[in-house]
Design a protein around this ligand. Sequence first.
Ligand SMILES: *Cc1c(COP(=O)(O)O)cnc(C)c1O
Length: 387
Amino acid sequence: MINIYQPQLGEEELQAIKRVFKSNWIGRGKLEQQFKDDIATNLRTETTDYGYTCVKADNLLTINSCTEALFQILDLLNFKPGDEVVIPSVSFIGVANAIEQTKATIKFCDVNDHTLNVELSHLEKVCNENTKAVVLLHYAGVPCDLDPIIEFCKKNNIIIIEDNANSPFSMYKGKNTGVIGDYGTWSFDSMKIMSMGDGGLIYAKDKSNVKKLNENTYLGLLSSSGYSNRVDSKWWEYNISGPGRRSVINDISAAIGLEQLKKVAKFINKRKKIHQYYSKHLSKLSWLRIPLPIPSNCESSYYMYHIQLIDNNDRDKLASYLKENGIYTTFRYYPLHWVEYYQKYSHDLPNTDYAANHTLCIPIHQSLKKSEIKYIVNTIKEYGKTK
Ligand SMILES: *Cc1c(COP(=O)(O)O)cnc(C)c1O
């Protein structure tokens, strides 16, 4: 079976883990700090004709998963009953869960039926005076058109959280996604472009929120307490700011992450080539829609390649046909307003319904061989002949 997503780990990661074992420090330590520093130098907050500015490492913190990152951020926002958080129904389930466990209520919004990204018009339809935050997904790695959304959210005091799991190094007008809104979250789980097994990253625009998040992700311990080894006597005494959880990554994960970070530009370039190959060959098939071109002011991380079958029922048939021929596909993200538990928040979302019935994500990852990519295209073409 050809996998839809697949990590690519090798000798470099193994050697890095070996060094961690030898160092005798496998918990959170120097490598975690270095990972944060190195990823910061890869994330631009601005690009001009004269150069670029990177995000500061102290606006970032590592975390054991992107789901936990979302739980932590939504907890921090301290919502009151009646507050609403807007998310596209095409979102990862963990986003909804993170909102559901706060006092706020979920409000689903629609998306563009072709890009599956949220646009200003979709937000305008569902936002009201109770809307406190919105969680945006840059679907498949293609940035949402953020400028109009940011302007709208500023005017209405709505906090923007970018779920950046699809778009770890995507760019919007010279800035990396994830560091444009108030908060951003990354995932380095086993299905993402770069992986450390499990792991994630948070960006917070306001450094005082990074401080709070650092406490809440490490037992609530105040950074000034003896636990941090920063005092000379009675270092066993400590205090906490509140009942925090423990959501950190260790130096084994960080060591893997550091090696993956060195390779990720190559990974993305490989995915770009696959994307271009698919678009070139599949654009000729009149019975399907290929993704729209990446907007010229953006760069994608090429996390997914989604095709849309124009005829009803064709999507499910093609998915089965490909599976029978050894090619695994899926649809991301099964709309939350169709998930039984969240149907209570369901309302009319016609584009989402269309997308959920017509979209199929086909394999794209950096380990795909040329022969496999050709085989996938040919098998899709073969399916067309059976129609
Ligand atoms: C994978 C993913 C997450 C969650 O990441 P984990 O690190 O597995 O918790 C969140 N959002 C999106 C869009 C994802 O694809």
